[in-house]
Design a protein around this ligand. Structure first.
Ligand SMILES: N[C@@H](CCC(=O)N[C@@H](CS)C(=O)NCC(=O)O)C(=O)O
Length: 209
């Protein structure tokens, strides 16, 4: 049995939890909730960086960093199709989309954490840079007809979609008042609404607050 350390609001961990659901791995992966900010021993033992997601594997080294955890989960035997293309330009396309979405999550996370800090004032300079990066990334996603699956389901699900779904969901959770990403991007918004109905999205919805 694998153990997946996660926290309910973590967009990085959400990606791994979504892969577990999409690939039907629930009987082989036990999702165990941990608060990384409480510095739990088992999380730190598994991952010296103390972050979620971390995947503990029996008899072999734990894995961390969401792209790596997701790729490992995708490699496990499953009746579902692979989420990561094996090679060629198709693989670079999915990895690029995943990197863009992960970068959006990084910018959102950094901004939120900077606003929450109590030791000094948040940086207006960095806030502007992170918001700019998010807006540019959203524009690229909106121009990409496969950033999320088409509403008619005519393209197979891939790891990029998982990351994009988590990134946009996290924007809604944390920066709804700052980034009106649906404005001017009706098609992306419609695809996100359809994508959000997938059990993997619905069952991993972060708690508000
Ligand atoms: N690059 C990592 C980032 C993971 C990450 O920063 N997770 C946050 C939760 S959203 C965390 O555990 N933070 C705890 C800390 O930084 O001490 C990934 O993709 O998994």
């Amino acid at each position: 049995m694998y153990t997946l350390f996660y926290s309910p609001a973590s967009p990085y961990a959400r990606k791994a939890r979504m892969v577990v659901i999409e690939k039907g791995l629930g009987d082989r992966v036990a999702a165990v909730q941990r608060d990384p900010y409480a510095d739990p021993d088992d999380l730190r033992t598994g991952n010296p960086l103390g972050k979620v997601p971390t995947l503990v594997r029996p008899g072999v080294a734990p894995l961390f960093d969401s792209p790596l955890v997701c790729e490992f989960l995708d490699s496990l035997p499953s009746d579902a199709a692979p989420l990561m293309p094996a090679g060629g330009e198709a693989r670079w396309t999915v990895l690029r989309r995943q990197a863009l979405a992960d970068g959006m999550i990084d910018a959102t996370y950094n901004l939120v954490m900077d606003r929450r800090r109590t030791d000094t004032r948040p940086s207006a300079h960095w806030e502007a840079r992170w918001l700019d990066a998010i807006h540019r990334a959203v524009a690229v996603l909106a121009a990409d007809p496969l950033a999320l699956p088409p509403v008619d389901g005519s393209a197979p699900l891939d790891m990029g979609h998982i990351a994009v779904g988590s990134a946009l969901g996290y924007l809604d959770l944390r920066l709804a008042g700052d980034v009106a990403w649906r404005n001017g991007h009706a098609d992306l918004a419609a695809r996100f609404t359809a994508f959000s109905r997938r059990p993997a999205m619905a069952q991993t919805m972060p708690p508000t607050g």
